[in-house]
Design a protein around this ligand. Structure first.
Ligand code: A3P
Length: 347
């Protein structure tokens, strides 16, 4: 379980095992990479290995993650684009995996934000928030370790691909994902830049989305990368959709528990354990918990901003019919032949 905060427990000789990344190397690399403005602010997205690395993530930490992470066969790694339901999946997975240690009314989820229970590799583990000595503590975490990444499949460290560890990918229809980003990132940018940041107009933001200039985007490259892996290696990669979870949480929780090797017993089913987990992890429940109301994660992320509406179809309140048509067309082109689709109901 990942409940314990990472501590500085590494001694000098152990520190030397970490392959550090030289700041000069990062600066040199950055110079050669394409850049784009982020939501009309002075902050920049940097395109690395085909994906847009957001300003809140230092490229150095991506490299640190890549060079140092050794997956265990028992690791369970959530992967996602931002704003596709990561927080929800973290909560669900944490409770499912730890259900024999913690009763629902004694769940660590009642006193910790989901992001404090499932660490993000390129940010929490290999980021500035924790010093490198904390990696020792991380390496000592008991199995199964619950971890998370926003990186596309192609950019993951080799050991994730070659080990038996499992990946749980959550995706969401692009328009709701973008609406959620539009509501989330301005707050993060303000924290980084100060209060004078002006909200981007929806037209400009939509254009960025259409061109794939969003954190960890292009959207379809990210999604298709994991989708293809889930088809090729269904025992290794589970592909989930936010909309399906909303629609039929019980079936999907069963699927999830089975995938991680901890299926619900008939007794658990008849005792209502699945429904109790769904209720504990519901947005309305998590939103009202004191621990999720105040405070900041990783300097720029207000805890409460991870819980907004949690609905399907909020995009109808933001995008015009012509934008939706344009996105639908792009989606058809990008997903053609993959077998993957997202329902976008019309206005
Ligand atoms: P909205 O902005 O559309 O409300 P992520 O966790 O990947 O950052 O995604 C955040 C989105 O998931 C937000 O969507 C948020 O409200 C929603 N969300 C957070 N917790 C949720 C939960 N327990 N159930 C359903 N949706 C949730």
């Amino acid at each position: 379980m990942n409940m314990e905060p990472l501590k500085n427990t590494m001694n000098k000789s152990q520190t030397q095992e970490v392959v550090l990344v030289d700041e000069e190397e990062v600066q040199e690399l950055k110079k050669s990479l394409p850049k784009a403005t982020f939501m009309g602010s002075n902050l920049q997205l940097v395109k690395f290995e085909g994906f847009w690395c957001p300003p809140s993530l230092n490229l150095k930490n991506v490299l640190m993650f890549r060079r140092n992470f050794h997956a265990r066969d028992t690791d369970l790694i959530i992967a996602s684009l931002p704003k596709t339901g990561t927080t929800w999946l973290k909560a669900l997975l944490f409770v499912i995996v730890n259900r024999f240690h913690h009763k629902i009314d004694d769940s660590p989820l009642l006193t910790h934000h989901p992001h404090e229970l499932v660490y993000r590799l390129e940010k929490d583990i290999y980021g500035e928030a924790f010093t490198y000595p904390s990696l020792h503590h991380f390496n000592e975490l008991p199995s199964p370790r619950l971890l998370h990444t926003h990186l596309p499949y192609a950019s993951l460290p080799k050991s994730i691909k070659t080990s038996q560890c499992r990946i749980l990918y959550i995706s969401r229809n692009p328009l709701d994902t973008y609406v959620s980003q539009l509501n989330f990132y301005p707050n993060v940018i303000k924290k980084q830049m100060g209060e004078d940041f002006q909200l981007p107009c929806v037209e400009d933001f939509f254009e960025d989305c259409y061109e794939g200039r969003v954190p960890y985007g292009p959207f379809f490259d990210h999604v298709v990368g994991y989708w293809n892996q889930s088809l090729e290696k269904s025992e290794k990669v589970l592909f989930l959709k936010y909309e399906d979870l909303k629609d039929d949480a019980i079936s999907h929780l069963k699927r999830l528990a089975k995938f991680v090797g901890m299926p619900f017993s008939s007794k658990e089913e008849s005792d209502g354990v699945i429904q109790n987990i769904i209720d504990l992890c519901s947005i309305n429940n998590l939103k009202q918990l004191e621990v999720n109301k105040n405070g900041v994660l990783n300097k720029f992320f207000e805890k409460n901003t991870f819980f907004r509406k949690g609905e399907v179809g909020d995009w109808t309140n933001f995008f015009t019919p012509s934008m939706v048509e344009k996105m639908n067309k792009l989606m058809e082109e990008q997903l053609w032949g993959t077998g993957l689709s997202y329902k976008l109901l019309s206005h």
